[in-house]
Ligand binder design. Sequence first.
Ligand SMILES: Nc1ncnc2c1ncn2[C@@H]1O[C@H](COP(=O)(O)OS(=O)(=O)O)[C@@H](OP(=O)(O)O)[C@H]1O
Ligand SMILES: Nc1ncnc2c1ncn2[C@@H]1O[C@H](COP(=O)(O)OP(=O)(O)O)[C@@H](O)[C@H]1O
Length: 273
Amino acid sequence: MIAAGAKSMLGLSIASPRGVSDSNSRSIGVLRACVSMDGSQTISHNKNGSVPELKAVNGHIGQKQGPLSTVGNSTNIKWHECPVEKVDRQRLLDQKGCVIWVTGLSGSGKSTLACALNQKLYQKGKLCYILDGDNVRHGLNRDLSFKAEDRAENIRRVGEVAKLFADAGIICIASLISPYRRDRDACRALLPEGDFVEVFMDVSLEVCEARDPKGLYKLARAGKIKGFTGIDDPYEPPLNCEISLGQEGTGTSPIEMAETVVAYLEHKGYLKA
Ligand SMILES: Nc1ncnc2c1ncn2[C@@H]1O[C@H](COP(=O)(O)OS(=O)(=O)O)[C@@H](OP(=O)(O)O)[C@H]1O
Ligand SMILES: Nc1ncnc2c1ncn2[C@@H]1O[C@H](COP(=O)(O)OP(=O)(O)O)[C@@H](O)[C@H]1O
């Protein structure tokens, strides 16, 4: 039986099943809770294995652990562990959380690939979320410009948010120009080995400029936008990305590109828990 205190910490308010006497093991809806004599608690899987285990941390659910830390300007902070972990969420979703980081010039097809990939994975029953540079700049990053340090902060924030999505068990597709190698590498370093998949839209400036769907290259060439990537601001292509798309001889339609990424994820085991 779950102790009243633990129940309230969990936000559980589940009536005891009728006809079940107190014991060390009790069914609660679909969950099976087991509490040992010392009060430490586990909840085991259903027979079909679909329900993640509830585990106690040092015998207490939601206990704060570890020493006080200073991180950046945040002093006296403490990491708060939760017994439901990434592995449990992944089991629930039958996939592995990761970050697909799509980089390339404006007009190279980042957003189009992100959407096609999202659709393909959705059709396979996989949960994705897109963090698109343009979109994130409408809210979270609306305070940032396109000067180098603001682009760096843009990438840092999106990298941190993407890490949270991956921790949630979600396949997070981050689609940003992210022109600086150092900023992309810093995002990679936030994640466990393998969980950051860098996808380079290897499409030439000439092709991007010819597409110019928003008319931005035209404005940049006319000097009406300053510091436009590829025109008067740098773009550093990846040196060791996991996937490079867009070269001649490879499938270059958005669907073919999305299929290449899906095949990679399948091969690396990200599409099952
Ligand atoms: N100066 C300059 N340089 C490049 N791009 C510019 C600029 N000003 C506005 N835009 C528009 O902003 C979109 C890119 O935003 P990002 O957040 O992806 O850029 S960055 O990663 O911070 O470099 C980019 O969208 P995409 O075309 O989808 O890449 C442009 O529409
Ligand atoms: N694989 C592709 N082949 C041909 N055209 C494409 C492809 N992907 C995108 N496009 C077109 O290129 C333009 C820019 O695509 P978009 O996804 O908005 O690029 P980005 O997000 O990198 O700025 C759009 O008009 C889009 O229809």
